[in-house]
Design a protein around this ligand. Structure first.
Ligand SMILES: Cc1ncc(C[n+]2csc(CCOP(=O)(O)OP(=O)(O)O)c2C)c(N)n1
Ligand SMILES: [Mg+2]
Length: 684
């Protein structure tokens, strides 16, 4: 068999596997894989520096399928190239990540072939895609990571990091706003190692892109500072190769390759129509398409002889050689640069570097205190100084979020080693880039005002689904920010972040709780964190008088207690904890026994055993008052039906802080009043 015929057979295998799997599942998207099979095949076989037998080799090229609805294309590639399964503790097993049986269980319960590709669930999937625009946005984070790692860890004679990031995307991806943010910052940073391959089939779900998407995408990307290449036919392997080569040889800026394709290629009735997008082709149409491919019409899930071998001898052999050479280089590097090698080994296992916490500050008691954003800035700098792969930035709010690393410089197009990333006013892609950096094993953070968490919620959610320890920092966390008014005052954001499964929300009460919060953040391996901080000063509590801040690790702890069983428990978070303390003092003076609980994290508290939970919130005390400058939603879980909440039930208002606290009831008198009423109610 000639080379060309076998290549075509491999491509048609990818196509027919997708058609058969979608048909068997009675659901899925056959059309894009049918069209894109040659595009992905040529890339994997000719260019991708990837070793199926070592799929977590750190310098591998990253391949992202941003149009995640075409998941069967990726599953087919992972299957045919024999990518191995990797365990949660990073062991590569002698088992394929996707077996033939797995392909046949496409979209079924517990299978490793879910509807859209999921990182952590299926080895070989580099990021979770499906929400259009996210994959390409993650790719920018990965490309930044490759450059930063190279600038930080490569040494003369040791090129440890120079990998490329390839992302396949569709019309939908490029219609999404987040992809525009991503392309804009990638162009600004002149990322030379980033290549997006755009499946320009001029079809999306509603039909022709003439209905809603008619701009000149190429011109738009040129304006962003990208190189734009064109391939007029997705089946033209030589033209594809030429474009891939141009990307690799010319560099200097990111590359967009616009590939014209026909969705559902080969299907006589559905090719080029939206009908090939999101449903099985049907038995008759599949037969007809197979006939067009020169395929046995009745064969199902057929992998002809020679196909797997072809993947082995091209992608497999090249990848294995590159990985083996890299490992040799790394072994030598380890001898000459043992400290750096140690960092890289820990990084790859998501472990902490030696001495990471040695300068974490403790803050002296101070009644006037300091904003938690301020103390967080100090703690972050102290952490990052001894934790070399902590990096990040803000969405154009550094002076406000206090997230600048003073000892490092900005990341720049010509100098990718800076640990301060200026994301610009691009909150959404900041979240997605942070995810891309976290997927590259860096401890990345992005910061903005809590109100704008809404602008990056899709990325926060995905960091939780992917179980990556992304760090999302939010300052100006309540109506307490004052005069900027209700557009800037978060109300429902805190409860809505708490609703995201797996996300740890931390709202520390004072500077020492901030230190403890960062201690917890640093130790995360598979949970993203939202760190919620004040704009305004809060007292630094006297820890000789109150319980130590290490209680933060348990999510909630008794900060100050009454003698004997309390009449009421006041539960506060963040800036409201000191208010609870003041109220408890007043209650005490009036003969009412109050306990104060600081509850920086619901999620961490929920993970504690029953005995601990009871020790903090005993069933016997039903009079409980939660105090928090946020929508009250969800607090009944902790205060119970007899409890009450001093919180927000409306949007805020533009006014000086004092007036707002008065208006919305965040005063000692109001908390005292609420406590007494709750005690009375609980007795009924
Ligand atoms: C953010 C987001 N919005 C909507 C969808 C639902 N959706 C899935 S595919 C698709 C159309 C995508 O069109 P295109 O990228 O051109 O893919 P093609 O049909 O050409 O394969 C839509 C709207 C989604 N997955 N993500
Ligand atoms: Mg399309």
């Amino acid at each position: 068999m000639t080379t060309d015929t076998l290549d075509l057979q491999c491509i048609n295998t990818l196509r027919t596997l997708a058609m058969d799997a979608v048909e068997k599942a009675h659901s899925g998207h056959p059309g894009a894989p049918m069209a894109l099979a040659p595009v992905a095949y040529q890339l994997w076989q000719q260019e991708l520096r990837y070793d199926p037998s070592g799929p977590i080799w750190p310098n591998r090229d990253r391949f992202i399928l941003s149009n995640g609805h075409a998941s069967m294309l990726l599953y087919g590639l992972l299957h045919l190239s024999g990518v191995r399964r990797v365990t949660r503790d990073y062991r590569v097993e002698e088992v394929p990540t996707i077996s033939m049986e797995d392909l046949q269980k496409f979209r079924q319960l517990d299978s490793v072939t879910p509807g859209h590709p999921e990182y952590r669930w299926t080895s070989g999937v580099e990021t979770t895609t499906g929400p259009l625009g996210q994959g390409v946005s993650n790719s920018v984070g990965m490309a930044i990571a490759s450059r930063w790692l190279g600038a930080t860890y490569n040494r003369p004679g040791f090129t440890l990091f120079d990998y490329d990031v390839w992302a396949v995307c569709g019309d939908g991806d490029l219609m999404e706003g987040v992809a525009s943010e991503a392309a804009s910052i990638a162009g600004h940073l002149q990322l030379p190692n980033l290549c997006w391959i755009y499946d320009s089939n001029r079809i999306s779900i509603d039909g022709s892109t003439d209905l809603a998407f008619t701009e000149d995408v190429g011109k738009r990307f040129e304006a962003y500072g990208w190189r734009v290449l064109h391939v007029d036919d997705a089946n033209d392997l030589a033209a594809l190769s030429k474009a891939y080569r141009t990307f690799k040889e010319q560099r200097g800026k990111p590359t967009l390759i616009i590939v014209k394709s026909q969705i559902g290629y080969g299907s006589p009735k559905k090719q080029g129509t939206a009908a090939a997008h999101g449903e099985p082709l049907g038995a008759e149409e599949i037969k007809a398409a197979k006939k067009n491919y020169g395929w046995p019409e009745d064969a199902q899930f057929l992998v002809p002889d020679g196909v797997r071998e072809r993947f082995q001898e091209r992608l497999g052999a090249r990848g294995k050689q590159l990985r083996t050479e890299w490992e040799k280089t790394f072994a030598e590097y380890k001898k000459q640069h043992p400290d750096l090698a140690d960092q890289l080994e820990r990084m790859q296992r998501r472990e902490l570097p030696e001495g990471w916490d040695k300068e974490l500050p403790t803050f002296a008691a101070d009644a006037k205190g300091v904003a938690t954003r301020e103390s967080s800035g100090k703690v972050l700098n102290a952490l990052a100084k001894h934790h070399p792969w902590v990096l990040g930035g803000s969405a154009d709010l550094n002076p406000s979020t206090k997230t600048y690393l003073g000892f490092s410089g900005p990341m720049k197009p010509g100098d990718p080693s800076g640990r301060n990333i200026h994301f610009g006013v691009r909150e959404h892609v900041m979240g997605s880039i942070v995810n891309g950096l976290a997927l590259s094993k860096l401890r990345a953070y992005g910061a903005t005002f809590l109100i704008f968490s809404d602008y990056q919620r899709p990325a926060i959610r995905l960091s939780a689904i992917m179980e990556v320890p992304a760090i999302h920092i939010f300052t100006h966390d309540s109506i307490g920010l004052g005069e900027d008014g209700p557009t800037h005052q978060p109300v429902e954001q805190l409860p809505s972040l708490r609703a995201i499964p797996g996300l740890i929300v931390l709202r520390p009460a004072d500077a020492n709780e901030v230190t403890e919060a960062w201690r917890i953040i640093a130790q995360q391996k598979s949970h993203p964190v939202a760190l919620v901080l004040t704009r305004q000063a809060v007292p630094t509590l006297d820890r000789t008088k109150y319980a130590p801040a290490s209680g933060v690790a348990k999510g909630a702890y008794v900060l100050s207690d009454s003698e004997g069983t309390p009449d009421v428990i006041l539960i506060g978070t963040g800036s409201e904890v000191h208010l609870c303390l003041e109220a408890s003092a007043k209650l005490k003076a009036e003969g009412v026994k109050a306990r104060v609980v600081s509850m920086p994290s619901w999620e961490l508290f929920d993970q504690q055993d029953e005995a601990y939970k009871q020790s903090v919130l005993p069933d016997a005390v039903r009079a409980r008052v939660a105090v928090e400058q946020a929508e009250v939603f969800g607090w009944e879980r902790w205060v119970g039906l007899r409890g009450s909440v001093v919180g927000m039930r409306s949007f805020g208002a533009s006014a000086p802080l004092k007036a707002l606290l008065q208006k919305f009831g965040f005063t000692v008198d109001n908390v005292v009043k609420e406590a007494k009423e709750t005690i009375a109610k609980a007795k009924q």
